[in-house]
Design a protein around this ligand. Structure first.
Ligand code: MLT
Length: 404
C-alpha cells in the first residue's frame, strides 16, 4: 500500500487565504444584496500597463509564426529578461551578478516554497512572527517544523522572532541558532522595513553562525524612504549567505500572469557545495520555464515606458495606503506600515481578537481584511488591510470603517 506524506496531516486548517475566501463566499451567498469590498488578499486591481500589453501582443504574434515560434524556455529563463533584471535591479544599485545567478520562475510564492527542496530535513528554520504563511507551511510539508503546539499556536521546532509594536515590527537576532532564516522586507504582513545597517547585522550574523537567509524582496518597488535596502546584496558579505526572491506581481501587476525570479550567488556554499548548482539541478528537473510571452512581458517592465508606467501604478496603490492610514488614524486606530509597503497593519480595537475583528468588519462594514493571527501567534490582536484595491473602493471602505 502506498504511503502519503504524513507531514501534510500536520498542516493546520487550509491555507490562510483559501480559508478567508471560503468565509467570504459563504457571507456573500447569505447576503447577496451586500456590496463586499476586499482589502484582504494582496491581489492587484489595476490592469497591466500599456508597455506590458504591447509586449504580450507582439510575443503572441511571434508564437503564430514558425520562424519566431518558441517551445520550451531555457531552464534559467531567457537571457533577454535576465540581462534586464541584472542591469536594472542589481547593477543600478551597485551589485554585480553573473547571468546564471538569476533564475526566472513563475513567481516568488512558488520559489519560496520550492527552495526548501535543496535543503536537508534537519534544518531548523527561523521566521518572523507574524509571517507570510507559505514559509512555514512548506516547511511543515517538508517535515522540518516538529509538532504543532495548540496552546501557543506554534511549531515546536521553529524559531519564532516576534515582530510586534515593542520591537518596532522588526525581528531581533534569535537566541537559539537557526540554519535557515526567512526575512521579508518590505514586510508582508506588517508593512515594516529595516535599514541597511540593520540588514547588515543579519548578514553578519548569518555568516557568523553558518545560516542561510532566504530574503523575500517581493515588495521592493514600494520602498519610498532612503536607507531602506532594495536588495540584500547591497550588504557586504550577503553573497555568501543569502538567496533573494523577487516577483513581478506587486511592482507590475503580474499576479495573474505569473513571473518572478530567484538570485543564488555562486559564492553561496554549504561544505563546498554550491547552492546555485543545486537549484539549477532542481529547476532543470522539476520546472520547464515561465512562458515566452510572459518573459517578454517581464522584459517590457524594464523598458523606459514600462518603468514609468509601473511606477505610476505603485504610486496609485501607495496613495491608497495613505488614504487607509489617514482614515484609520482619524477613526482612532493605531496603525503602522503603508509607507514602504502596500500593507497597513492595525491594532484591533476594544481588545477584539483578530478573527473577531474580521467578523465584525465583514458583517458590519462588508469589508474583508486579513486577521493578524493567521500570520502567526504574535499577529493576534492585529489586522492587515491591503492597498491593492481600487481607489474608489478604498475610499468607500474607509468611510464605512469610520462610521462603525
Ligand atoms: C498576500 O496577500 O499576502 C499575498 O497576496 C500573498 C502572495 O503574494 O502570495
Amino acid at each position: 500500500m502506498y504511503k502519503i506524506n504524513e507531514n501534510y496531516l500536520k498542516l493546520q486548517g487550509s491555507y490562510l487565504f483559501s480559508n478567508i475566501a471560503k468565509k467570504v463566499a459563504a457571507y456573500k451567498e447569505a447576503n447577496p444584496e451586500r456590496e463586499v469590498i476586499s482589502l484582504g488578499i494582496g491581489d492587484v486591481t489595476q490592469p497591466l500597463c500599456p508597455a506590458v500589453i504591447e509586449a504580450l501582443h507582439k510575443a503572441v504574434d511571434e508564437m503564430a509564426v514558425a520562424e519566431t515560434f518558441r517551445g520550451y524556455a531555457p531552464d534559467l529563463g531567457y537571457e533577454f529578461l535576465r540581462s534586464a533584471i541584472r542591469k536594472n535591479d542589481y547593477q543600478a544599485r551597485g551589485v554585480e551578478l553573473d547571468l546564471d545567478e538569476i533564475f526566472i520562475s513563475d513567481g516568488a510564492k512558488s520559489d519560496s516554497g520550492n527552495i526548501g527542496d535543496i535543503f536537508g530535513e534537519n534544518n531548523r528554520i527561523a521566521v518572523c512572527d507574524p509571517v507570510y504563511p507559505v514559509y512555514v507551511d512548506t516547511n511543515v510539508m517538508a517535515g522540518r517544523t516538529g509538532e504543532f503546539l495548540k496552546e501557543s499556536e506554534s511549531w515546536s521546532n521553529v524559531i519564532y522572532m516576534p515582530c510586534t509594536k515593542e520591537t518596532n515590527f522588526a525581528p531581533e537576532l534569535p537566541k537559539e541558532t537557526p540554519d535557515i532564516i526567512y526575512l521579508c522586507f518590505p514586510n508582508n504582513p506588517t508593512g515594516s522595513t529595516i535599514t541597511k545597517a540593520q540588514l547588515q547585522e543579519w548578514v553578519d550574523y548569518a555568516n557568523k553562525v553558518g545560516a542561510v537567509i532566504i530574503y523575500d524582496a517581493a515588495y521592493e518597488a514600494y520602498i519610498s524612504e532612503d536607507d531602506v535596502p532594495h536588495t540584500i546584496y547591497e550588504c557586504d558579505g550577503a553573497k555568501t549567505c543569502a538567496i533573494e526572491l523577487r516577483s513581478f506581481s506587486k511592482n507590475a501587476g503580474f499576479t495573474g500572469t505569473r513571473l518572478g525570479f530567484t538570485v543564488i550567488p555562486k559564492e553561496l556554499e554549504a561544505n563546498g557545495t554550491k547552492l546555485n548548482a543545486l537549484w539549477a539541478r532542481r529547476q532543470g528537473t522539476k520546472f520547464n520555464g515561465a512562458p515566452y510571452i510572459i518573459q517578454r512581458a517581464g522584459e517590457a517592465v524594464y523598458s523606459e515606458a514600462g518603468k514609468a508606467q509601473t511606477k505610476e501604478q505603485v504610486a496609485y496603490y501607495m496613495n491608497n495606503a495613505k488614504t487607509i492610514i489617514e482614515g484609520l488614524k482619524a477613526a482612532g486606530y493605531s496603525v503602522s506600515g503603508g509607507v514602504n509597503a502596500p500593507y497597513v497593519w492595525l491594532q484591533t480595537p476594544n481588545g477584539m481578537t483578530s478573527w473577531e475583528f474580521f467578523d465584525h468588519l465583514l458583517t458590519n462594514a462588508n469589508i474583508v481584511g486579513t486577521p493578524g493571527s493567521g500570520f502567526g501567534p504574535s499577529g493576534e490582536g492585529y489586522f492587515r488591510l491591503t492597498a491593492f484595491g481600487t481607489y474608489e473602493n478604498t475610499l468607500k471602505a474607509i468611510e464605512r470603517i469610520k462610521n462603525l
